[in-house]
Design a protein around this ligand. Structure first.
Ligand SMILES: Nc1ncnc2c1ncn2[C@@H]1O[C@H](COP(=O)(O)OP(=O)(O)OP(=O)(O)O)[C@@H](O)[C@H]1O
Length: 251
């Protein structure tokens, strides 16, 4: 069953058609990659899923609920979490505090740090946060200040901040951008491991090693349109995709 249905979405910026009749269906429990050359419209599409942008026309339906017109916070409360290209973490707080905040925010409707004062709630949330940090391999650094982390660890911390919310849909915008090969492989392993929880994931990624390690299905965008969609092997051999990537150099 499709958890996300995107129907004829269009979005223009001052005459530039960034999204041109985009259709997309993402099956529940799968990893769906969206790839395509720079400027293809991938981030614009993702921004339409999280309420940062509103499509000019078309619909985005998540689990039967229309997302168009909802605020980013409402979409987050509906079960959609996003890992950004630049990690959005609280640099001067510890890792454990960073991971506890989204749980309170989701429950209380805002980033209300004073909600921590309730001791019973705090114990429960702390336990869950510790579990997720351990899952991300960050348990040893739980009391470290987030700003001191390496780039790769910052991104894994942000992933922990998403996972602690038990999202139904996780959006990953270039989750390994700027990482070393070793860090990239570690992130792939972590994403494969959290895949076992059955969370649906949409991943935008330029690194084809990451895409082909994780994706069950791939949509290829070029110039605002989805030009091909299918299983990884079919996409690898699709002449339209090779053309979009200038002779297939990236594949
Ligand atoms: N806020 C904006 N205002 C004007 N133009 C925009 C805006 N956001 C995106 N665009 C344009 O829309 C097109 C699609 O951009 P988008 O960032 O979605 O592509 P992308 O596939 O994510 O590219 P990349 O892989 O480089 O991140 C580009 O031509 C871009 O310049």
């Amino acid at each position: 069953m499709a958890i996300l249905r995107v129907n004829t979405v269009n979005k223009s910026f001052r005459g530039l058609r960034a999204l041109d009749d985009v259709n997309l269906e993402v099956e529940e429990g799968t990893v769906h990659a969206i790839i395509g050359p720079n400027g293809a419209g991938k981030s614009t599409l993702l921004n339409c899923f999280v309420g940062r942008l509103t499509p000019d026309t078309g619909s985005v339906v998540f689990g039967g609920q229309s997302l168009v017109g909802l605020s980013p916070h409402e979409i987050n409360q509906a079960g959609v979490a996003r890992v950004f290209q630049t990690p959005e973490i609280f640099g001067d707080l510890s890792l454990i505090e960073n991971v506890m905040i989204p749980t309170f925010a989701r429950r209380d409707g805002a980033f209300r740090v004073n909600a921590w004062s309730r001791a019973d709630a705090q114990a429960e949330v702390r336990e869950k946060a510790e579990h997720v940090l351990a899952e991300m391999g960050l348990a040893d650094q739980r009391d470290a200040v987030a700003a001191t982390l390496s780039r790769g660890d910052k991104r894994r911390l942000e992933l922990a901040m998403c996972l602690v919310q038990d999202p139904r849909l996780l959006l990953l915008d270039e989750p390994t951008a700027g990482m070393s090969r070793a860090d990239t492989n570690r992130t792939i392993e972590l994403l494969q491991r959290i895949g076992e929880r059955g969370i649906t994931k949409i991943i935008i990624e330029h690194d084809m090693h990451v895409v082909f390690s994780l994706a069950d299905r791939i949509s290829v965008m070029a110039q605002g349109s989805v030009i091909a969609e299918g299983e990884p092997d079919a996409i690898k051999n699709d002449p339209r995709v090779r053309e979009a990537y200038l002779g297939g150099a990236h594949l």
